[in-house]
Design a protein around this ligand. Sequence first.
Ligand code: ADP
Ligand code: MG
Length: 451
Amino acid sequence: MLDELVAAWPPAEELADSGYLRPSLAAATPIAATGLRPHGEFGLAVVVARLGSGRLMLAPLVRAGTGWRRARPREGASAALVETFATGATLDDGFLVRQLAPVAMLPGERAIGVDQTNESVVVGGTVVVKWLAQPALRPPTVPDLQAHLAAVGYAGVPRPLGSLVWSDAARDQAVLAFLTEWLPDARDGWDWCVQDLLEHVQHGPEGCVATCPARSFPAALGRLTAGLHVALATASPVIPEPDTIVDRRIIGGWGTAAMTALDTALELLQDGAGALLRTCADTLRSDIASMDTLSTTRVQHIHGDLHVGQVLTSTRGLAVIDLDDDISIEAAERGRPLPAARDVAQLTCSLDHVGRMVDLRTGGTANAVIERWIGDAQGAMLDAYRAGLAGAGRPDLLDERLLRPLIAERTCVELLYATRVLPRWLYAPLGTLGRMASARRNDGGRSLQTG
Ligand code: ADP
Ligand code: MG
């Protein structure tokens, strides 16, 4: 299969104008491929390609005339992968299926019509196939978190069904696609949290009642996150030693990476955005530097990209998705244990982003209500998170000293993500900086008065 694709490279593709900046397959060299459903009426294949930077790209492909093109939802590539799980059909060398639960053969595909970094397709109305846009090779010792959560019986994720994995000649492995149960009536947090806050803004603080969802969901997110971290820190056959202590050397590495993110953002951000970042740079730098005082801290496997968009609400309650890879971490670093505070810091930032989205939709007219909600929501989420850990007898999973530096780090990483991948999102992390700058001004004012 690989030879055929090499001869026909590059495949045709439509670089959809979704706002996401994605490299083209033409910029990459195909390094591995497998056919899917060899007896189907048209050729289907999965190709792994390497960019000049060393990063990997992945695409499902479909035969088009004498050549190939990137498969679109409805063209059968995702259904063919589900069929491979159902029938145990063999794949080309290096490709294997890791199955966690039985999967039936299912007809029919449709795209998920929301913003997404990767490409998820619903097959047969019951299974989501998520093709990872940038798979990463990792040593086989990096555990499969889906398998771990299934082993400890964690119910806060849609049921994991398995994954498609590719191993290179050195036996490093890259997950290429995940299969999970589809929750048909689910909405993600960029939808439901934003909707709840819009309602809160519409009735205003005066008309607000105790049952207002915008007042209760932050605590629910905190409890959910605590449950997830406790599950990830529970021993299983997949992860027998789920948490451990790291020393200064590792912590220093996080600090260096965070400072690099800040410096890179300072280089990349232009005009007003750059000026705002420069106003906050000292605060961010000193927050990050506060990590230097730690000589040890606890690490475990965490979600890695935990924001409200990763929390679905459905008739089954809240569920966390997307526990795969954080593309903000260099491929070689992914899959390593990290402090739980990193997820908590990112979730804290994303509550701010919910506020920014509502601020944009209400044209800045409700800014004061929103700013107040952000502070309250972040506090309530954190309190519920701490209570959740304490209730499970694991308060030690959170190192409070890391929250401030990791919120600063996440803020810089979000700025970089928006600049490089999703420019239309930049207003949100800039809003976070605006809040930081005004807190700084207010603090400055207070210290002047008291001084
Ligand atoms: P990405 O890495 O591209 O963000 P996600 O795995 O977070 O991909 O999924 C993107 C979107 O697809 C989610 O925000 C959600 O709307 C929808 N989605 C993903 N998994 C499911 C599921 N199991 N059930 C229902 N909707 C889902
Ligand atoms: Mg996601």
